[in-house]
Design a binder for this molecule. Sequence first.
Ligand code: HEM
Ligand code: HEM
Length: 125
Amino acid sequence: MQGVARQFFILGIVLGIVGMMLGISMAMSHDHLEMPVHAHTMVVGWLMSAVFGFFYHMFPVARQNKLASIHFWLHAVGIVVLVVSLYFVIAGNEAMEPITAISSLMVFAGLLLFAWIAIPIINKA
Ligand code: HEM
Ligand code: HEM
């Protein structure tokens, strides 16, 4: 894998490891309070990053688009800040909530940018 495809896949693997460690700790402690952090680390952090990685791997024209790197950073910074800040919000630090909100909008902006990059390519493929 090259370029942004590789970056997305590595991000996904790292977040998958972190998310599973949280899942195991939840299961061991019987304390599922942080389930939304585990769930979003796994599905948005691991699964979505892996899907983006496969897409950019399959379509070199997509990863050559300069916007692809902006998509990666929106998704990477967005999901990491989202899950870390959400952890503290759930633990009782409600002052962190605006940070969670902004980071979730970054993840959303990344998906909109992906739509812009990917849909013309999908239509031609
Ligand atoms: C080491 C492996 C894993 C462990 C020990 C684990 C543990 C857990 C636990 C304890 C819960 C809370 C269940 C509840 O309170 O109802 C949970 C929920 C969840 N997990 Fe995991 N998990 C693991 C792997 C995964 C993986 C690989 C994914 C996805 C790729 C995933 C996605 C989710 C989701 C989406 C939820 C929320 C489910 C719901 O809404 O009811 N987990 N997990
Ligand atoms: C980044 C924007 C997103 C926001 C702001 C968001 C917000 C939420 C909220 C408020 C809940 C309910 C949590 C609860 O009742 O405790 C939830 C649950 C869930 N979301 Fe998201 N979500 C986002 C993205 C996604 C995406 C992209 C996926 C799938 C790829 C996803 C998968 C899930 C799942 C599986 C649950 C059920 C597990 C749980 O309750 O934590 N979310 N989300």
